[in-house]
Design a protein around this ligand. Sequence first.
Ligand SMILES: [Zn+2]
Length: 211
Amino acid sequence: MYKISHIKRTESEPQILKDKGKGWTDNFIFKRKENPQYKHSWVKDKVNYHDELILALSLMTAEHCSYCDKYPLDGRAKSDNQIDHFQPISNPSFYHLVYEWNNLYLSCAGCNKSKLAQYSDLILRPDVEDYIASEYFFFDTSTGEILVNETNGIEKSERAKETIKVFKLNHPSIINFRLRAIRNYLRDKKNTETTLNINDYDYRNFLEELL
Ligand SMILES: [Zn+2]
């Protein structure tokens, strides 16, 4: 019953952030103060660090979206594997987190677009140590919906509610994706003698209900 999070923050921050993060951040803050429209970029001195960062973030999630668990992500046009700033850098209070490793998450286009600049302390961080998803949510495998677990107190249920709302985790399209993942998983389970690797599938918390 108790499903832990599948997202684990890797301890090793990419070397490029360790080496350059502070300088890049100072520059970003300076430029944003001059021009609030100034856009952050992963391209520095003609080198694009986007893919390197995506690779490092993917290790945390086995290449799944950190928020909805979509997999695989299509990175051809950088449209579907995006780097989300959990505390959004459109907010001046978070400018200093623009290159902060702990503020970066691999996100699908749907989650990143749904969240945009929304932020509150209620939104659940999927990589917090000891985070147990099932303390906050129920994963309904018959409908594909993610439901609020109301049995662990008001604080946990409020956080679950806000997280579902911000990422639109019950949008009809995501519900269809989950139902398809459940069907695929059950079909594969029936047709194979070998143990399936759950990381080869998306919406892993739902599939774990079926194990
Ligand atoms: Zn997602």
